[in-house]
Design a protein around this ligand. Structure first.
Ligand SMILES: Nc1ncnc2c1ncn2[C@@H]1O[C@H](COP(=O)(O)OP(=O)(O)OP(=O)(O)O)[C@@H](O)[C@H]1O
Length: 379
């Protein structure tokens, strides 16, 4: 028997395209029908990639041609799937905090690599550039921001905002600060259970009067634990910065830190990796570099896992001293340290701008130009 293409197409009109309101022919799913005597070949492309949809479409095509056109037709179905690409942009999660434009989480896999030191100097550099900056120390295990900003003895005041009692961040060096350390005794070992810590953090985020901020930096606890998850879930984190030393064991943990942000459930864009303690420079021999923890480790890691490398910070005694006395090192102007942090901060802002242009505008992302960034203008 000689089959007719028109009859086949008419029969195929009785099948609906999976996941679409139209039939297979109307929707354009049928790309081609070829007929050779009693043989039929149907090329069809559907949008639903599930195995069930593919099987169902194929079986329906066979059935309808057999029942409506010719029972003994020899049918070949070439089925392709053209699923719409998943949006590659990252989603902003959590409730936006009114007035806060960008939230940057600073993380490290391993403890003690200088995450708080980098966060503090990044915050002060952004403030020096003219941005409005807040820093939330979420490190429940060892909150060091109050010491690094010389405000360890201060307590946030309660103020009345629109009839509600709100916590007023402590301020120093142009940076608004809240830390879990303000609510614990210095000598007391606080054992936070996940939900308790999450509650305390939520209060510091949502019951605080941060006002207008261009950037809220989050100093995260080291590692990749529960607390990280609850922060990522309750806050629209714009991007993450991962700090590592060039040392092998720190790098292995930094890799995990990056992977945590990139997990599908978290999906926070990684702005890049910072190499802290990249080399040691003695004050009396400023041109000598000693690669105590190895050379370019974090830089190579960044290249390897294809995330931006944001910059390197040397291991310098004055950075440690500045942290201990509560005056971040970048406050000493015209030093190589100030220069290194300016370069780093400029790169962070640049990556943030790039990331914000790729995302649909939301309350959480508004910085779209480098205007106001003094370090950028200088270059
Ligand atoms: N580039 C640097 N040069 C000299 N000392 C540094 C440098 N970076 C950090 N330090 C010092 O190393 C110690 C650890 O730094 P920091 O507390 O910032 O690390 P961390 O990763 O935040 O630690 P934690 O795991 O406790 O959160 C501090 O004494 C700090 O002053």
């Amino acid at each position: 028997m000689k089959l007719k293409k028109a009859d086949i197409l008419k029969a195929l009109e009785k099948i609906s395209a999976p996941g679409e309101g139209q039939n297979l022919v109307e929707s354009g799913a049928v790309n081609n029908v070829q007929v050779f005597g009693d043989e039929v070949e149907v090329d069809v492309t559907i949008k639903n990639p599930s195995l069930q949809a593919r099987k169902k479409t194929e079986v329906e095509i066979l059935k309808i041609i057999h029942s409506e056109v010719y029972q003994k037709a020899k049918i070949k179905v070439n089925l392709k799937v053209d699923a719409p690409e998943k949006p590659t942009v990252n989603q902003i999660k959590g409730n936006p905090i009114p007035g806060i434009q960008n939230i940057i989480a600073v993380a490290s896999g391993k403890g003690g690599v200088g995450k708080s030191t980098v966060t503090a100097n990044l915050a002060v550099t952004l403030a020096k550039m003219g941005f409005k900056v807040g820093l939330l120390d979420t490190d429940i295990y060892g909150p060091s921001i109050p010491i690094m900003f010389d405000v360890a003895m201060e307590k946030p005041l309660s103020i009345n905002v629109d009839g509600k009692a709100k916590m007023k961040p402590v301020e120093n060096y142009g940076v608004k600060l809240l830390s879990i350390g303000f609510f614990t005794q210095p000598n007391q070992a606080v054992i936070w259970r996940g939900p308790m810590a999450a509650k305390a953090l939520n209060q510091m985020i949502f019951d605080a009067h941060w006002g207008e901020l261009d950037f809220l930096l989050l100093d995260l606890p080291p590692g990749t634990g529960d607390i990280h998850l609850s922060i990522m879930q309750s806050l629209p984190v714009t991007g993450a910065v991962v700090v590592s030393t060039p040392q092998e064991i720190a790098l292995a943990d930094a890799r995990k830190g990056v992977a945590m942000f990139q997990q599908e459930a978290i999906n926070v864009p990684v702005l890049g990796i910072v190499e802290n303690m990249a080399y040691f420079t003695p004050a009396e021999l400023p041109n000598n570099k000693y690669y105590i923890f190895g050379q370019n480790g974090a830089k190579n890691l960044a290249e390897n896992i294809e995330v931006p490398f944001l910059g390197e910070v040397p291991l310098v005694q004055s950075i440690r001293e500045a942290g201990d006395v509560g005056r971040p090192a970048v406050l000493q102007t015209a030093t190589p340290i100030e220069g290194a942090f300016e370069e780093l901060t400029k790169n962070v802002v640049q990556e943030l701008v790039a990331r914000n242009t790729e995302l649909p505008p939301t309350e959480a992302i508004k910085i779209t130009t480098m205007a106001g960034c003094a370090a950028v203008k200088k270059k």
